[in-house]
Design a protein around this ligand. Structure first.
Ligand code: SDX
Length: 426
């Protein structure tokens, strides 16, 4: 590709360009400030590439999402989540033996350190499970060796993070409802173990319904990674200072919690419930979302990258009917969601702003069908995203361009001024 030319303050400058695997184009502005004295200004980084990455590819216009080159449509429903996590982390579909060994390692490392369980016990029953998850993952660096240069430490810590994130989640739920903890079993898949740890009664054998195990596998796979989203960029930001894997991932968990990001699935369910309690008057809320003074947004709608449709939302919408029917569930909130989508897709306000349902719009209905409490929806998002966060942490460590991330700014505050001490503040 030819260089990009910039004319600035009467002078012409040239900047190198390059193209990625899928012909995405970039202008390399690493030398911009040295050459021109100016910086770029791009709040929210909507036009700024922070890195080159080989993990995930999104085409927002075409509604394409691929993990390590594989379209999500070919993975969701065809692999157990732990097999897809192997692909995400190590870049290849595991052989049967690799899958067996990986599954065993995950189960063996999915037990929370016994001293750390008491850490969990001291949270109030009302603690939000995302708060518990972020703190517990951060504190794992107090219980496990984590030399980022020691491959044995890194390998074990990957297994602990992927394995224990579901255990911490299930334990935080059991604690919130005053039930004893259930521990994972080697003869259960990742998703079956999670569901059993959530819902099994100590008094009797609990058989995880296959429809629930398969639905959870698909949900977790669809949440596994999404390029440089807010939480993944946060993991990379913290990793760039050479912080350990637990510190980096717990920062990502906390970034995900926000309702504009991973917290949106919980916000969608709360919105649908509010509409249901308001006589299912969804048109009232569509009109509220269009009123700039209302500060109300249709949660689960819109996306920084997808401008036609979110392929994950499309898959979840196809799946939700089948799973609820198979489970014999009629959820009035699903009817409201479908009505909202139908109206919004025909309304100029949403069309003009390219606002379509995103992954969070239907995922909550499915989590609810699986019996997951609303407060745990974002925790489920974190369980799915864990392999993606770790894959980016691993990739960043091997990046020859690795530098501590430190954006610039333009100062808009008071000009130079001086303080004349009057002795009153000492
Ligand atoms: C996720 O980045 C990722 O990849 C994230 C994610 C992943 O997998 O990691 O895909 C997961 O976070 C999905 C998004 C979940 N969040 C929500 O559903 C919350 C509701 N949606 C938004 O608030 C918003 O759409 C964002 C945050 C998703 C995107 O924000 P942008 O790109 O900064 O867009 P914007 O806020 O500048 O909005 C552009 C216009 C504005 O109107 P105008 O000022 O141009 O008149 O669209 C309007 C906004 O007011 N708008 C909405 C809206 N979302 C944007 N209006 C009503 N309802 C909405 N949901």
């Amino acid at each position: 590709m030819e260089n990009a030319k910039l004319i600035f303050q009467g002078k012409e400058y040239e900047f190198p360009t390059f193209m990625g695997t899928e012909n995405e184009m970039a202008i390399d502005v690493k030398k911009l400030r040295d050459l021109t004295g100016a910086i770029t200004y791009d709040p929210g980084y909507g036009n700024t590439g922070a890195c080159k990455s080989s993990i995930t590819y999104i085409d927002g216009e075409e509604g394409i999402l691929r993990y390590r080159g594989y379209p999500i449509e070919e993975l969701a429903g065809e692999l157990r989540f732990s097999a897809a996590a192997y692909l995400m982390l190590f870049g290849k579909i595991p052989t049967e033996k690799e899958f067996t060994d990986w599954s065993k390692a995950l189960t063996q490392n999915s037990f929370i350190h016994s001293s750390q369980v008491s850490f969990l016990d001291h949270y109030p029953a009302t603690a939000h499970p995302m708060n518990i998850l972020g703190s517990m993952v951060s504190s794992m660096s107090s219980f496990y060796l984590h030399d980022s240069e020691d491959e044995a430490h890194v390998s074990l810590n990957i297994q602990r993070l992927v394995g224990q994130v579901k255990t911490i989640a299930a334990f935080s739920y059991r604690k919130s409802v005053g039930l004893p903890y259930i521990y994972p079993r080697a003869d259960h898949s990742y998703s079956a173990n999670f569901l059993r740890m959530m819902f099994a009664s100590p008094a009797e054998e609990y058989v995880v319904p296959k429809v629930m195990e398969d639905a959870l596998d698909t949900l977790l796979i669809l949440h596994m990674d999404h390029e440089q989203n807010c939480s993944t960029s946060t993991v990379r930001m913290v990793c760039s200072s050479m912080a350990n894997i637990y510190a980096s991932v717990s920062a990502g968990i906390n970034a995900l919690w926000g309702k504009l990001h991973g917290g949106a699935n919980e916000a969608v369910l709360n919105m649908l419930t509010m509409i249901h309690q308001d006589n299912d008057d969804y048109m009232k809320y569509v009109n509220l979302a269009k009123d700039k003074n209302s500060n109300f947004r249709l949660m689960g709608f819109g996306h920084r990258v997808y401008k036609n449709f979110d392929p994950r939302a499309k898959l979840l919408k196809e799946m939700v009917d089948r799973v609820l029917e198979e489970m014999g569930i009629h959820d009035p909130l699903l009817d409201i969601a479908k009505n909202l989508e139908e109206v919004a897709l025909k309304d100029e306000f949403f069309i003009q702003r390219k606002l379509y349902p995103n992954i969070d719009f239907y995922s909550g209905i499915l989590y609810r069908a699986l019996g997951i409490p609303t407060e745990m929806f974002t925790v489920l998002f974190a369980i799915g995203r864990m392999p993606g966060w770790i894959a980016h942490w691993l990739e960043m460590r091997q990046d020859p361009d690795l530098r501590i991330q430190r954006p610039r700014q333009i100062y808009m505050g008071p000009p130079l001024r001086h303080y004349e001490p009057d002795g009153t503040l000492m």
